[in-house]
Design a protein around this ligand. Structure first.
Ligand SMILES: Nc1ncnc2c1ncn2[C@@H]1O[C@H](COP(=O)(O)OP(=O)(O)OP(=O)(O)O)[C@@H](O)[C@H]1O
Length: 283
């Protein structure tokens, strides 16, 4: 699946600013970026360059201390910052889903896994489409590799390992069949083996279900593994965007070159399967 499909998300010449000490400070400067249906797109760049801000705007998140001063964010043709709150609410969590950094910790500790799913499915009407929500929940848990899903649904998050919690959080994010998954550093802080298994799972889930991804990460290897296209940000601007292989193998912008050169080993050849152009970084 590739970015040749219809545009799903269109970030169109967006400027954004945060209020700090009573004044508005610009943090995004005429950012444009599209994500096609089913397309995985990575967002990399230096700390503070605006990646999380852009991801949050892609989710239509409104905050009193932030404003869009120019441009638009369109999701399936809806202007997320002109839409009324009810329309936005309908989109968020259903068509648009978010996987935060350390998503395992985002599972409510006092709720059983089954109840967590029923709450999310119920909130977005998806449950009513399924005659047997328990079956849906068990199928989702099985799909992310949780053994004995019926028993798992009756347990609490702390009764699972960190890696399993991460898988459950992913299953929860895709439970409403979103068209776009926005992920903020989904593999940061994970040990290398769990990171690899979560990356493989994400790739499979999104491919099988045709889910597009906007993936914010400092981990260029994960981006190279998962994303067909990548945008490189610096100081509130997209300095380079293109096919991940090309951008990482032949960076045009000096900043991208420095970023890629900072990865310890770049000498492993690209593989057909994962599309990796960057070798495993030292972890
Ligand atoms: N709530 C806020 N109030 C004021 N400024 C903010 C706020 N959140 C972010 N910023 C500023 O906006 C800019 C972009 O921050 P953002 O978190 O989007 O960058 P980032 O690329 O995701 O960084 P990192 O990789 O460190 O997470 C930074 O200068 C940051 O200080």
């Amino acid at each position: 699946m590739s970015g040749t499909g219809a545009r799903l998300l269109r970030i169109d010449a967006v400027d954004a600013a945060y209020r700090q000490a009573g004044a508005w400070r610009s943090v995004l400067n005429r950012i444009s970026l599209d994500v096609g249906r089913g397309e995985p797109v990575g967002l990399v760049g230096e700390s503070g360059s605006g990646k999380s801000t852009l991801a949050s705007l892609a989710l239509g998140e409104r905050r009193d201390d932030r404003r869009i001063t120019a441009g638009r964010v369109l999701f399936e043709g809806t202007d997320l910052f002109a839409a009324d709150r009810a329309s936005l609410q309908r989109l968020r969590g259903a068509r648009l889903a978010f996987v935060p950094q350390n998503s395992a910790a985002s599972l409510t500790p006092t709720m059983r896994i089954g109840a967590l799913f029923r709450e999310v499915l119920g909130r977005h009407r998806a449950a009513s489409r399924h005659a047997r929500p328990d079956r849906t929940i068990e199928a989702l848990l099985a799909d992310v590799g949780i053994a004995d899903p019926a028993a798992a649904a009756a347990r609490y998050p702390h009764q699972f390992s960190g890696g399993q919690q991460q898988r459950i959080a992913l299953a929860l994010a895709i439970s409403c069949e979103p068209a776009l998954l926005v992920l903020d550093e989904p593999t940061t802080g994970l040990d290398p083996i769990i990171r690899r298994s979560i990356t493989d799972l994400l790739r499979r889930l999104c491919r099988e279900r045709g889910i597009a991804m906007l993936l914010v990460s400092h981990d260029l290897e994960t981006v190279a593994d998962l994303c067909e296209r990548v945008a490189v940000m610096r100081a509130g601007e997209v300095v380079e965007v293109g096919a991940t292989r090309t951008v990482f193998a032949e960076p045009h912008h000096a900043y991208t070159r420095a970023l890629v050169e900072a990865v310890p080993r770049l000498d492993r050849p690209a593989t057909a399967g994962g599309g990796r152009v960057i070798a495993r970084t030292a972890v």
